[in-house]
Ligand binder design. Structure first.
Ligand code: FEO
Length: 400
């Protein structure tokens, strides 16, 4: 894909990874993503970020289509994760720049990744400004959004924020601007991305958004390292991030389960019926059909999570253990949980799931529910009772 001018003398020189399905541990909602890099043609020609190692020649050709790569004066590494730094050693070798800028934490990260002996590395503190000639660049440290090394680069002259992973989405498309897509779909992709990558750092996001507001940064364009560039709706993605990070909840429950002979599935369906009749929106998601990251995408704005698993070898089913480990690591806040499942002779799964939910900070208004073998009409009525009680707890949670 050819380089694209996004502002006068500022070019997108990224690559599109059309067929990517699994993005460092989570399944993409749709296939593919982009790795965005940006080249600023000024007195000091500056490259912001690179791409994965396997795309190093494509980045090279992108740059060569505009300038000779040896004309690069500065490289800025906003984030050292390999999807943005894998090609860095190759580009450093070809460009031989005067300076390589990264954050203070980035210096440590960069050295631990690449063990460079003679790179002209300069660590920049939060607020540091450098001149490119006609423009300046201000560096904004965004530590733990989502790695220790992460930072933003802000170019006030162009009102352009190069925002690393923040505000990104996993979309592979040759139309690289927000206004070339349906806005609601873009925000939905941004939410999926946020939930699976940035959710644990929500308090830091809220502080950063406050800082951006207090500093009065004028933002005409936000250029993330993945997905579409926000040139028409930077205000919308900022507002969406505030909502995502606030973890504002809706009267919605995600019922996630695995089942062996369909008994647990029957229990889950009965709970779902009761929730629906009480006016709660539900998503019923089998872990055999949905990747754990897609369940989290749905759970991002839901007040409650209902987990179902039969007892298997004195514990829960492996897919449920996988999901709960992943979910707990993302640290969702202020949620309601419930656990249930069928069993044959020992019945440990619901209690085991409840303990994990409790450890993760969930409120558990109902005791874990276990039913032996196949639930009949009376047992399903017990499940519906649980669903009705959960609905009241959800309504109270959303109202609080
Ligand atoms: Fe897109 Fe944290 O890397």
């Amino acid at each position: 894909m050819p380089a694209i001018e996004i502002k006068k003398d500022i070019y997108w020189v990224g690559v599109i990874d059309w067929n990517l399905k699994n993005f460092h541990g989570y399944a993409l909602a749709h296939q593919g993503t982009t790795y965005n890099a940006y080249l600023v043609l000024d007195n000091k020609v500056t490259l912001f970020d690179t791409v994965p190692e396997k795309f190093k020649w494509e980045l090279f050709h992108q740059i060569q289509s505009l300038i000779d790569i040896g004309d690069i004066d500065y490289i800025v590494a906003n984030h050292l994760e390999m999807d943005h730094s894998g090609a860095l050693p190759f580009i450093m070798d070809k460009a031989n720049p005067e300076k390589l800028f990264c954050s203070v934490m980035g210096e440590k990260s960069l050295k631990a990744h690449f063990h460079p002996s003679d790179w002209p590395l300069e660590a920049v503190k939060d607020g540091r400004e450098i001149s490119l000639g006609k423009r300046t660049v201000n560096f904004i440290e965004t530590r733990m959004l989502h790695w220790p090394d992460s930072m933003f680069s802000y170019i006030p002259n162009d009102k352009l924020l190069i925002s690393s992973d923040a505000f990104g989405q996993n979309i592979a498309n040759s139309n690289i601007f927000d206004d070339q897509h349906d806005l609601d779909s873009l925000i939905r992709e941004a939410r999926h991305y946020f939930t699976n990558i940035i959710l644990p750092y929500s308090p830091l996001v809220l502080k950063l958004l406050d800082r951006v507001q207090e500093a009065g940064l004028e933002l005409d364009m936000i250029a993330p390292d993945h997905g579409m560039i926000w040139r028409s709706h930077p205000d919308k993605i900022l507002a969406a991030y505030k909502e995502f990070a606030s973890q504002k909840l809706r009267p919605k429950a995600v019922l996630v389960y695995d089942t062996m002979w369909s008994s647990t599935e029957k229990m889950i369906r009965a709970v779902a019926d009761a929730l629906i009749s009480e006016g709660i929106e539900v998503r019923v998601m089998s872990l055999k059909s949905h990747h754990h990251s897609d369940v989290m995408g749905e759970f991002s704005d839901a007040a409650a999570l209902v987990c179902g698993s039969p007892t298997h070898n004195n514990s829960m089913m492996p897919l449920m253990a996988d999901f709960l480990t992943y979910m707990k690591g993302l640290k969702p806040k202020n949620r309601i949980g419930a656990a249930l499942g069928s069993y044959g002779w020992s019945g440990e799964a619901p209690s085991a799931m409840s303990r994990i939910l409790e450890d993760a900070g969930f409120d558990l208004p109902q005791k874990p529910l276990r039913l032996q073998y196949v639930p009949g009409h009376e047992q399903l009525a017990v499940c519906k009772e649980l669903g009705r009680a959960l609905a009241q707890a959800i309504k109270a949670k959303v109202a609080s």
